[in-house]
Ligand binder design. Structure first.
Ligand code: CAA
Length: 384
């Protein structure tokens, strides 16, 4: 535990109340307007939610992975767009600096990320490079002591509001592998950096993504993460290992919410002269969802504790992301089924979660990429 138990219990209680009292009532408003209200963002900043994972020495709460996951599960009890507002600051938009940044990079960027003064984004994916991240073609050519960035990054979460991008680009054009890729910290608004229009998405309205385009964009040598070329792909993979645990936490929180909504509806809704919760076929769906959610929570807690103990969690994080994202998909599907026609109607909010959770099986590595990572790690272990 990074925090004193009482302090952590207070924090989790505060987040639980914030979710129930301030976020849940505004889910439909955020989704309909596709906009995160400024007063909500202010409250999130006030609660320290932008800096959950950032070390205390840099203005964050410095939570352990286990603590962070427990907070994320609470935040999962409402629409994922809320967590997305500060999710990148705790995860993919800051962890490259936390894990591999120089002292100067940490001092410069972590405090404003922790306070929410700036939003961080992670620019790995490209039009031609998604699952095969190593094939990226964005380039960073050395010119004097600067680097000149060219290329397009695609589907970049929080890019429209970002103040800082962690950008993976190829510094060695001769090296088409991971060793040719470096990671850079690029501030928004500099010449040569432009944004595409926000993409229209299937779900998670209120959270925005767009293209980030670099055209002869000059950044100083100090922008190179860790000051070392050729490490950018590994930095990205380490960031994703951690990110996959927090995404798993969101899947669990969303599943818990959907199960609670389904249970309530099943107890209230009467058919054939009785609440539908009394029918065994409905009970089977509830039981399946509850059991799978419990399994997911148990595995993520175990992986988080192992990460906190300093173990490599590449395989465990992939297993968590794979299982939890598939699990919440099944839970959301059953929630629609239990709600019947109401599950298909916007007013009840269930269909919105059904669309929202579909993303978990795609971003930060598809289910198929997680399977590939798990099997590869198994084979490596067997060969040792
Ligand atoms: N930690 C540290 N190093 C790692 C690593 C890890 N978890 N995984 C791989 N590496 C290292 C390898 O050891 C290897 O190092 P050497 O060259 O020194 O041997 C190097 O990185 C290359 O690894 P591989 O040869 O295994 O690479 P690969 O191309 O065969 O496979 C992959 C890698 C697992 C498929 C990877 O490309 C991957 O995870 N793909 C999915 C990409 C992804 O998740 N994208 C999500 C984008 S971000 C996002 O979605 C958020 C958003 O904003 C929407």
């Amino acid at each position: 535990m990074a925090l004193d138990r009482d302090v952590f219990d207070q924090l989790i209680g505060t987040v639980r109340r914030f979710v129930a009292e301030k976020l849940v009532p505004r889910e439909a408003e955020v989704a309909d307007a596709d906009q995160m209200p400024a007063d909500i963002v202010r409250k999130m900043r006030g609660l320290g939610l932008f800096g959950l994972s950032i070390p205390q020495g840099y203005g964050g709460l410095g939570l352990s992975v286990e603590e962070e996951v427990r907070i994320i599960i609470e935040l999962g009890r409402t629409s994922p767009a809320f967590r997305s507002t500060f999710g990148t600051n705790n995860g993919i938009g800051s962890q490259g600096i936390v894990i591999d940044g120089t002292q100067a990079q940490k001092r410069k960027y972590l405090p404003p990320l922790a306070s929410g003064e700036i939003v961080g984004a992670f620019a790995l994916t490209e039009p031609g490079s998604g699952s095969d991240a190593k094939s990226l073609t964005a380039s960073a050519r050395k010119k004097g002591s600067d680097y000149i960035l060219n290329g397009t990054k695609r589907f970049i979460t929080n890019a429209p509001t970002a103040g800082l991008f962690t950008v993976m680009a190829r510094t060695d054009p001769e090296n088409k592998g991971a060793g040719g890729i470096s990671a850079f910290l690029v501030e928004a608004g500099i010449p040569g950096l432009t944004l595409g229009p926000p993409d229209k998405k299937m779900g998670q309205q209120g959270a925005h993504i767009c293209d980030v385009i670099f055209e002869d964009c000059r950044v100083p040598a100090e922008a190179l993460i860790g000051g070392v070329e050729g490490q950018g792909f590994k930095t990205a993979m380490k960031v994703l290992d951690r990110g996959r645990l927090t995404i798993s936490g969101m899947c669990i929180g969303n599943a818990e919410r959907l199960i609670a909504d389904s249970l309530r509806y099943a107890r209230e809704r009467e058919q054939f002269g009785a609440p539908i919760a009394e029918f065994q076929l409905v009970q089977a769906m509830l039981a399946d969802s509850e059991t799978e959610c419990y399994a997911a929570r148990s595995m993520v807690m175990d992986a988080a504790r192992r990460k906190d103990a300093g173990e490599s969690i590449t395989k465990a994080a992939a297993m968590c992301k794979f299982y939890c994202s598939e699990m919440v998909g099944r839970v959301a599907d059953r929630a629609v089924q239990i709600h019947g026609g109401a599950g298909y109607i916007a007013e009840y909010g269930i269909e919105r979660f059904y669309r929202d959770v579909r993303l978990y099986r795609l971003y930060e590595g598809t289910s198929q990429i997680q399977q590939l990572i798990i099997a590869r790690e198994m084979l490596k272990e067997a060969a040792r």
